[in-house]
Design a protein around this ligand. Structure first.
Ligand code: ADE
Length: 425
């Protein structure tokens, strides 16, 4: 049941789940030492005093640690879910009950509720928006342009959101600064690759309990998320096939040792299909028709558009839930296709998203990007900005320190050498 109490400003499933949320958030926090240090500094310096902040993120134990860091820094924060299936209800309950953070999110909310929560978040008149997929920013621009004057800037978490922000800039509607957190080295090298790689397989296994060894696993897309997914599937003994539209990435996949072919051919070979392209209808009607009986399809890209479920629906005579997050479409042809997590991000629908150790760096970037926006209020051009390279490197160094790993430093002679062009062979 949802509890709606406007005066207390939240909408979560069940506040009595808060003690479990506390335990799990603290557990995640053990793997997030970089964010912890930032939180401690924010508590002293209060960089967000007087700042209204909206975060549209997956409401997980890791996001809770980010929210607590922002709150420690003085932010007046509202948190909403960036996906209808990704909310961890105990986490949402704890943030409301123990920290008075306005959370509007519950697992399984429908699309109408999701969009209503975006509107509630915008009612907060944010100065800073942390977005994951760019829905809040897109809604602000399209429906509430008068509120842009309140905004210092936004930060974006994911590749899909960055693609949308670039399109907004091209169309001349991105009239405020947006920090590209996704492309920080300490974000995408780890979160997109190792985070998606591990958590996608985790979601598939939790949903199905299938053995991956010996299976033909088709990974659609060989960006950082696809690379991580293919790598980890191979690590579990799967025969991995990659599909791509980018010739350079396709060569990369070949040289990384994977078979590469178009989906038209892969469709008949795969036992399990994982889409991570960021584009729509990567698996379509003709592909479902070519699949083996019992083939499993799922998505780990940001939006639920990669698998054409409408086309699958028209091929099917019946759809049955066979396990949680697992639906079997029985086709008129007599075969069946199994869809996981309704085609939504399987790592967050059926599992818990990326592990805390990688989200530590992603959310350290988010926290510091917000601080950067506030410190540079009025001085940043509209459009996309990288996370400053010093910030990226500082996060990497803090992470190494926390892992107890020391690295070399350049000697004075080496510094001189790499800064001069006169000495060659
Ligand atoms: N995106 C992917 N995994 C996540 C997690 N654990 N928390 C928040 N956002 C995520």
């Amino acid at each position: 049941m949802t509890a709606t109490q406007v005066q207390l400003k939240y909408e979560v499933k069940d506040l009595s789940l808060a003690p479990l949320g506390k335990q799990r958030i603290e557990w995640a926090g053990r793997e997030m030492p970089v964010l912890r240090q930032i939180r401690d500094r924010f508590a002293q310096e209060k960089p967000f005093a007087g700042i209204r902040l909206v975060a549209c993120c997956h409401v997980t134990t890791e996001t809770a640690n980010l929210a607590l860091a922002l709150k420690a820094g003085g932010a007046d924060a509202v948190l909403i879910a960036s996906n209808p299936l990704s909310t961890q209800d105990d986490v949402a309950a704890y943030l409301v009950a123990e920290h008075g953070i306005s959370v509007y999110a519950y697992k399984g909310e429908d699309n109408a509720t999701y969009h209503r929560h975006v509107q509630i978040a915008l009612d907060h008149r944010p100065n800073i928006i942390i977005d994951d997929g760019s829905d809040v920013v897109a809604t602000l621009i399209q429906e509430r342009p008068h509120q842009i004057a309140d905004l210092i800037g936004t930060t974006e978490e994911t590749t899909t959101g960055i693609v949308r922000l670039r399109a907004m800039f091209k169309d001349g509607v991105l009239t405020f600064p947006a920090v590209n957190v996704n492309d920080a080295d300490t974000k995408h090298f780890f979160d997109n690759r190792y985070g998606t790689g591990q958590s996608t397989l985790d979601g598939i296994i939790r949903a199905t309990n299938i053995l991956l060894a010996g299976k033909n696993v088709v990974v659609a897309g060989y960006g950082w998320c696809g690379k991580g997914t293919a790598l980890r599937a191979r690590g579990m003994g799967a025969n991995v096939i990659v599909t791509e539209i980018d010739p350079v990435r396709a060569i990369e996949a070949v040289m990384d040792g994977f078979r590469v072919m178009p989906m038209d051919l892969a469709a008949a070979e795969g036992d399990l299909f994982i889409t991570v392209t960021g584009n729509k209808h990567v698996i379509r009607g003709e592909h479902f028709e070519a699949m083996k009986d019992g083939a499993i399809v799922c998505n780990s890209g940001h939006f639920d558009i990669e698998i054409d479920l409408k086309a699958l629906g028209t091929l099917a005579s019946d759809v049955a839930a066979v396990r949680p997050f697992t639906q079997e479409y029985r086709l008129k042809s007599g075969k069946s296709v199994v869809v996981l997590g309704e085609g939504r991000l399987i790592n967050l629908a059926a599992a818990e998203g990326h592990p805390s150790a990688v989200m530590d760096m992603s959310f350290a970037n988010q926290a510091l990007a917000c601080e950067y926006l506030v410190k540079n209020k009025g001085n940043l051009e509209p459009g996309l900005h990288s996370v400053p390279v010093e910030v990226d490197r500082a996060i990497a160094l803090l992470k190494l320190q926390a892992m107890g790993i020391a690295i070399d430093t350049l000697t004075p002679a080496q510094i001189e050498y790499i800064n001069s062009w006169t000495s060659g062979t």
